[in-house]
Design a protein around this ligand. Structure first.
Ligand code: NAD
Length: 331
């Protein structure tokens, strides 16, 4: 069975090729993204495999169905980039990889905070230039600080547990609370307002939905503790970037670590080092000494890539054989 993969990088090709050795699957790797304009390239493939910045809106899905595609495999956990009702109406089966390595993302969220707080990235550059001065590198102890975890799904729970290991007081908010887990790990379940008001560090671990779009906006940012740090490894559009910049300029936020950005499509994952950056808000964010940005790399570990390729491949093989798909992966 032929599967067309979009928005692929060398590491995707390496891990997917390895996962399918000796199977009935055949890959067609594309470097460009899938959208209504590029859907024609799926011709001849029974399945497509896409990532976070491919755009599977209704026109794209109609084109895919018209070209004979029957399965859409998201090689990620989030699924905000696909029009699911349209996919179902067109008879397309959609699968994702709901849990490939929550620890990969949780550890990156903590790495962002530690780097930002202890200014390791700045120290690294200084020392390489034989500047051994410590001026401007003062951080704070995480031990004893209050960390808010918004969303206690797989990644939020893993992150909360790491922060407990640092000796932090952890406040967690989720509309579907998990009291047994919270009790077992010494974590306090609180309301959204309490989490905002009391957290020295707030880390976001919830999906992007119409309800969570711009969850952090001028009004909610103003209700955070003054000088708090914000970490977002979930989805860029959870945060209103204009309001984020204002909160940084006023000192309402003391630091921001981002692995995602609301306008990341077409920028993140690409080497634009020889080009002009036309996104003024991203350019502004990059000027703050207390902002650290990575380009959606929280998932990028050996373990996560192996599991993403394994789970996707298993579903494709089952689909080709007419068998039931892996439970929990079908949307
Ligand atoms: P999950 O489905 O296991 O958990 C999400 C949790 O968010 C659920 O418990 C849900 O009840 C909760 N939630 C929903 N609405 C909420 C709200 N308004 N406030 C607080 N909580 C709310 O998902 P997960 O695997 O933990 O992933 C979390 C997010 O991380 C994903 O949606 C995805 O966008 C993102 N992610 C990013 C990367 C990366 O590389 N940066 C990788 C994987 C996932």
């Amino acid at each position: 069975m032929l599967c067309a993969l979009y928005d692929t990088k060398p590491y995707d090709r390496e891990f997917f090729t390895r996962a399918t050795e000796g199977t009935v699957l055949d890959w067609r790797f594309h470097e460009f993204r899938l959208n209504a304009d590029t859907a024609l390239t799926a011709q001849g493939a029974a399945a497509v495999c896409v990532f976070v910045n491919d755009t599977l809106d209704r026109p794209c899905l109609e084109a895919l169905a018209g070209h004979g595609v029957r399965l859409i495999a998201l090689r990620c956990a989030g699924f905000n980039n696909i029009d699911l009702p349209a996919a179902h109406a067109l008879g397309l089966t959609v699968v994702r990889v709901p849990a490939y390595s929550p620890e990969a993302v949780a550890e990156h969220a903590v790495a962002l905070l530690l780097t930002l707080n202890r200014k390791t990235h700045r120290a690294y550059n200084r020392v390489r230039e034989l500047n051994f001065s410590l001026n401007g590198l003062v951080g704070f102890d995480l031990h004893g600080k209050t960390v808010g975890i918004a969303g206690t799904g797989r990644i939020g729970r893993a992150t909360a547990q790491i922060f407990r290991g640092f000796g932090c007081r952890v406040l967690a908010y989720d509309p579907v609370p998990m009291p047994e887990w919270a009790e077992a790990h010494g974590i306090s379940l609180v309301g959204f307002d309490t989490m905002l008001a009391e957290s020295d560090v707030l880390s976001l671990h919830l999906p992007l939905t119409p309800e969570t779009h711009y969850l952090l906006n001028p009004e909610t940012l103003a209700r955070m503790k003054r000088g708090a740090y914000l970490i977002n490894t979930s989805r860029g559009k959870l945060v209103d970037t204009t309001a984020l910049i204002d909160a940084l300029k006023s000192g309402q936020l003391g630091g921001v670590g981002l692995d995602v950005y609301e306008e990341e499509e077409g920028i993140f994952f690409e080497d634009l080092s020889a080009e002009m950056l036309l996104d003024d808000e991203l350019s502004r964010l990059l000027t703050f000494p207390n902002v650290l940005i990575t380009a959606h790399q929280a998932f990028l570990t050996q373990e996560a890539l192996t599991e993403i390729a394994r789970m996707t491949t298993e579903n494709l093989i089952r689909f080709a054989a007419g068998e039931a798909l892996v439970p929990g992966t079908v949307l």
